[in-house]
Design a protein around this ligand. Sequence first.
Ligand code: HEM
Ligand code: HEM
Length: 182
Amino acid sequence: MPACPTGATLMDRPDGYGIVSRTLHWLMAALLAWQFTSAAARQFLPDTPVEEFFWFSHTSLGFLLFILVLVRGAWALANARRRPDSGYIARLGHLILYAFMVAIPTLSLLRAYGRGRGYSPFGIEIFSRRDNEIESLVELGNTWHGLLGWTLLALAAGHVVMAFVHRKPDGQPVLSYMTKGK
Ligand code: HEM
Ligand code: HEM
C-alpha cells in the first residue's frame, strides 16, 4: 500500500483514515465553517460590514464545496472496504451528511441556472446569461437551500458530539481514526 514519508497511508485502513480522506475531511470542515459563518452573517447581520466581509465568497466557495464533495464521495467509494468500521448507524449518519453536502449546493446551482443571470464562481463561467427565468428552479432553491443548509449545521453538530462519545474497540474515542490515521 502506498505510504507517505510520515508512515501515514494514502488509502484508508480499518485502523484509521488515510491522508487523502483526512485532508478532504478537515479541509471541507474548515470551508463549511466559513460557509456557515457567511450564511449566519447574511441572516443575522444584513447590510453590515460583517455581512459584506463574509458573504462575498458564499457562491464561489459553495461551488468549490460541491466539487470537493464529489471527489470525496468517489474516494470514499474507492476505500469503502478499507475504512474503519464504526457500525451501520455511523455509516448511515455519514451517508446522510453526504446527501446534504451534495443536495445543498445542487439546489443553489439549479436556482442560479433558473435565474438566468449568469453564474461565474471564481470568475469561471458555469452558466451564461439568458433572457428568461425558470421560476420552478428558482422556487425550489428558495424553498430548500437555506433550510437544508441550517439542517446540515445541526447534523454536523451531532456528528462532532458522536466523534467524542463513540468509542473504538480499544476504548478510545473514534476521533483518532480521523486525526492520527492509523
Ligand atoms: C455546501 C455548500 C453550501 C452551504 C452549506 C450553504 C448554506 C447556506 C445557508 C445556511 C443559507 C441561508 C442563509 C440565510 O438564512 O439567510 C444560504 C443562503 C444562500 N446561499 Fe448557500 N450554501 C452553500 C452553497 C451555495 C452555492 C453553491 C450558492 C450559489 C450557487 C449559494 C447561494 C446562496 C444564496 C444566493 C443564498 C441566499 C438566499 C437563500 O437563503 O437561499 N449557496 N446558503
Ligand atoms: C470539529 C469537527 C469535526 C470532527 C471532530 C469530526 C470527526 C470525525 C470523525 C472522528 C470521523 C470518523 C468517524 C468514524 O469513522 O467512526 C468523521 C468522519 C466523517 N465526518 Fe467528520 N468531523 C467534524 C466535522 C465534520 C463536518 C463539518 C462534516 C460535514 C458536514 C463531517 C462529515 C464527515 C463524514 C461524511 C465522515 C465519514 C468519513 C468521510 O467520508 O470523510 N465531519 N468525522
